[in-house]
Write a protein that binds this ligand. Sequence first.
Ligand code: ADP
Length: 248
Amino acid sequence: KMERENVLQCNDVVVRFGGFVAINHFSFSIERGELHFLIGPNGAGKTTFLDVLCGKTKTTEGDVLFKGKDDLTKYKEFEIVRKGIGRKFQAPSIFPNLTVYENLEIAMKQDKRIWSILLAKTTKQQNDEIVKQLELIGLSEQRDLQARILSHGQKQWLEIGMVMMQKPDLLLLDEPIAGMTEEEEEKTGELLLKLKQQCTMIVVEHDMDFVRKFAEKVTVMHEGKWLCDGPMEKVQSNEKVMEVYLGR
Ligand code: ADP
């Protein structure tokens, strides 16, 4: 049996913006291989929490331990990326005039400048990796198309693929199905299940049907605090959760 290991352990995290407390003594942990959804009403602090994890927002108090004891709060954004935390934002940041294949190629060699990336030869092994990633994100047939002509859903998958080229241990996704068709939503859910074999994921999501369908474990935030966690069946029948969502 596989050893259980916390990829992330956050203790008593507080984030203040001036006098406003956006995250209020929030504690959270996630085991390796989990597909963990973070939900809660607007303003609950979900995005701020992801911002903390990728170093975009500084904590006021508390610690954020990655893979045991490395406290992320002392690192800058680019250092955190190198430690193995990848984040896909809502707005796509693909290179529209490059092909799907080239986008993955650039993501893989991210530490170099674009012009030198395209000049540097891609090794057989790197090519194999890109081909594998294309298959995983379902874009093998689109590999030589310019990224700008992809559908909205395809662009999102390409971007997930780009983040994955850095082989993160922890992947942070912010509303991955926003603006998608039902069919694209379904494919995205299946992609997340496949990615689970390679990395741990925290997904912020508003669409409760999607969460119900694909979440293994859910944490509910409300007013910057932990409200409850567990499998979706347990969480959605929790009285406090019904109160904050339905105002009862
Ligand atoms: P969620 O993602 O759950 O909707 P957010 O993390 O975006 O919530 O926001 C939590 C609260 O923190 C909100 O009330 C928001 O207005 C506030 N907030 C977020 N970022 C800032 C900031 N940079 N300055 C001041 N207030 C902020």
